[in-house]
Design a protein around this ligand. Structure first.
Ligand code: GDP
Length: 373
């Protein structure tokens, strides 16, 4: 009910509102009904604490039934992807979380190809989405695209290994990469800072595009801004995970008990675990999804479309040759062959000329040196 195109002003009677002010509520209700999807992938060597961290993050023993391979088995192991799904509900908000683990990543002796299944998995989900989008029923597409990849870096090395650089570079334009220093309780505070700086420097040097946290809105409150700043300054997150509950200061907490004391998983002084969890679950989940959709998936789609164009051009040519105009196609082939031959002849001429030039340049010097001898 628009009246003379006048904007709605405060103090207007109820029946004078157009009604779009309730849009956020509608969106909210719809989103609540539908629930949220989020897919998290963990990548890194076996034994860096990936499953322990995931358990600590989502308080579930997802990996209860997994058996640990012995060393001989590992040598022949291929990477197999493991997918776990869980539904979490919090104050009526449903979150369907999918966790994709890459159990044998990088630990078989023939490691060169160990990243391939990881890439295939990410591409596979893009492909499924692409097909679903161009299919008939676009309403209920299940989004299984990987929204975030936690990349585990060993605390024992002096930064990124060659394999890390390679795998991260293979992944960085396909997925939001978040680097983590695994098992950071193995490092002193100083060692940890040094390793972080080194990793950041290497990420830059090797031009690895890790996930960039968005700039904070200038009209956010100070506390939020400060949290955002702290979050950015602690990259890459140094994390600790644990599957056991221990008692610290009379409280039961997730932690690791050592002869000299307890490392508490959720203590911000002990690790960046809480920052990572907050970021993943409450502050940046939507941004990770947006980035996946607007940047990584768009890249994939653009590539697919340009690829499709090439194929369709090729197909059209083929169709002509095979059916309607064989004569014409033969003529085209002949012409192309002639052009190629002409090009080869020209190149041979250039090469001959260059050789002659080189010889004439070299000759006096050769003679000169002979004369000196
Ligand atoms: P995954 O193969 O990467 O999934 O590694 P797991 O989660 O199975 O952990 C391998 C071993 O490392 C287990 O013995 C864990 O108890 C231990 N572990 C896991 N997280 C940590 C951590 O943060 N610090 C330390 N010191 N050990 C950890």
């Amino acid at each position: 009910r628009m009246k003379d195109n006048r904007p709605c002003l405060p103090g207007m009677e109820d029946d004078e509102y157009i009604g779009f002010a309730s849009l956020p509520e509608q969106v909210h209700r719809k989103a609540m009904r539908k629930g949220f999807d989020f897919t998290l992938m963990v990548v890194g060597e076996t034994g860096l604490g990936k499953s322990t961290l995931i358990n600590s993050l989502f308080l579930m023993d997802l990996y209860k039934d997994r058996k640990v391979d012995n060393i001989e088995e590992r040598i022949h192991k291929t990477v197999e992807m493991e997918k776990k799904e869980l539904e979490i509900e919090e104050r009526g908000v449903k979150l369907k979380l999918t966790i994709v683990d890459t159990p044998g990543f990088n630990d078989s002796i023939n490691a060169e190809d160990s990243w391939q299944p990881v890439l295939d998995y990410v591409d596979g989900q893009f492909d499924a989405y692409y097909k679903a989008e161009s299919g008939l029923n676009r309403k209920n597409i299940q989004d299984t695209r990987v929204h975030c990849c936690l990349y585990f870096i060993s605390p024992y090395g002096h930064g990124l290994k060659q394999a890390d650089v390679m795998v991260m570079r293979k992944l960085h334009h396909k997925v939001n990469l978040i680097p983590l220093i695994a098992k950071s309780d193995m490092l002193t505070r100083q060692e940890c800072r040094r390793l972080k700086d080194r990793i950041l420097e290497e990420i830059q040097r090797h031009r690895i595009d890790v996930y960039q946290f968005p700039e904070c809105d200038s009209d956010e409150d100070e506390e939020f801004k400060q949290q955002d700043q702290e979050l950015k300054s602690c990259l890459p997150f140094a994390v600790v995970g644990s599957n056991t509950v221990v008692e610290a200061g009379g409280k039961k907490v997730r932690g690791r008990m050592y002869p000299w004391g307890i490392v508490e998983v959720e203590n911000p002084l002990h690790s960046d675990f809480t920052k990572l969890r907050r970021m993943l679950i409450s502050t940046h989940m939507q941004d990770l999804k947006d980035m996946t959709c607007e940047v990584h998936y768009e890249n994939y789609r653009a590539e697919r479309l340009s690829g499709a164009q090439v194929t369709s051009h090729a197909d059209r040519g083929k169709l002509k040759r095979d059916s309607a105009a064989p004569m014409e196609a033969d003529l085209v082939t002949d012409r192309l062959l002639r052009e190629k031959e002409e090009e080869i002849r020209r190149m041979a001429e250039v090469v001959a000329k260059m050789q002659a030039q080189l010889q004439s340049q070299n000759s006096p010097r050769v003679y000169g040196s002979v004369a000196q001898v």
